[in-house]
Ligand binder design. Structure first.
Ligand code: NAD
Ligand code: ZN
Length: 253
């Protein structure tokens, strides 16, 4: 690991030499926007055992518990704004340096920071809207929340009567095939892979950096704490994401 100005300089050089980069992000890029990551002590996400997809489908009681939790944590995500890290990633896309942003995050902050929707590959879906599990019709959360908070009415699809859920991938729910395939293609086709704010422990996150290396790309890992894949990387920066990426791209502080 190298830290400080020399690390930022090395990152600048690697970005300058790259023709087709990919940024891969985890919850760590959004903590500076006030959204806790999974492991932060006392964080809203760590208070509850996740409701698995099978439970959600099996009972109304589980679906009510699911929506109660959703709306207990909803404001933290709804009020969040992109931080310097998101803005730096958006700038890399704008400059044509980065072809795709693969994210495990569900907060929509890459899109909010100006990355075109078709350049963001969401592996775990998106919690800023809901959709029908049968016909995929999308729904705004506001009317769902109003009805649920009034008398715990569960949302039902107006088009097909199907079950409506936030557009996220729950534990036990299949990974989205098209997104996984696109993420693999972009990773194999890139010459520089930047893993940002992910502990890289859980698959599929853990698999992408090695896939990038197999495809011949350089690997940069930016994370506050070491990851199990640091030995694979060409550059590891253990520091706060916003200040590092902001400085690398000369963004205002
Ligand atoms: P993760 O495994 O990607 O770990 C986050 C990593 O980021 C940690 O290693 C932490 O040390 C690091 N980190 C945190 N803040 C940082 C900062 N400012 N600078 C540098 N490094 C920082 O993610 P997780 O927290 O274990 O979450 C697992 C899953 O839960 C996610 O993949 C996602 O699906 C969901 N989740 C999403 C969000 C979101 O959308 N913002 C937040 C929490 C959890
Ligand atoms: Zn439907």
């Amino acid at each position: 690991m190298i830290a400080g100005d020399s690390a930022i300089q090395r990152l600048r050089e690697m970005l300058a030499a790259s023709r087709r980069g990919v940024v891969f992000t985890g919850a760590g890029i959004s903590t500076e926007s006030g959204i806790p990551d999974f492991r932060s002590p006392g964080g809203i996400w760590s208070k509850y055992r996740p409701i698995e997809f099978g439970e959600f489908m099996a009972s109304e009681q589980a679906r009510r518990a699911y929506w109660r939790r959703k709306f207990a944590t909803h404001d933290a995500v709804a009020k969040a704004r992109p931080n310097r890290g998101h803005l730096a990633v958006a700038e890399l896309v704008k400059q044509g340096k980065v072809a795709a942003v693969i994210t495990q995050n569900i907060d929509g902050l890459h899109q909010a920071s100006g990355v075109p929707t078709d350049r963001v590959i969401e592996l775990h879906g998106n919690t800023t809207y809901a959709h029908c599990l049968d016909c995929a019709k999308a729904y705004d959360l506001d009317p769902i929340r109003d009805a649920f908070l009034a008398d715990e009415t569960l949302p039902v699809c107006a088009a097909c009567g199907g079950t409506v859920k936030t557009a996220t991938i729950s534990f036990g729910q299949a990974m989205p095939e098209a997104e996984m395939e696109r993420a693999r293609e972009e990773t194999l086709g890139c010459d520089l892979f930047l893993a940002v704010g992910s502990s890289l422990v859980v698959y599929p996150a853990a698999g992408f950096p090695a896939l990038a290396k197999d495809g011949g790309a350089g690997l940069v890992i930016i994370n506050r704490e070491p990851t199990g894949l640091d030995a694979l990387a060409d550059l590891v920066i253990n520091a706060e994401i916003g200040p590092i990426l902001g400085a690398a791209l000369n963004l205002p502080g």
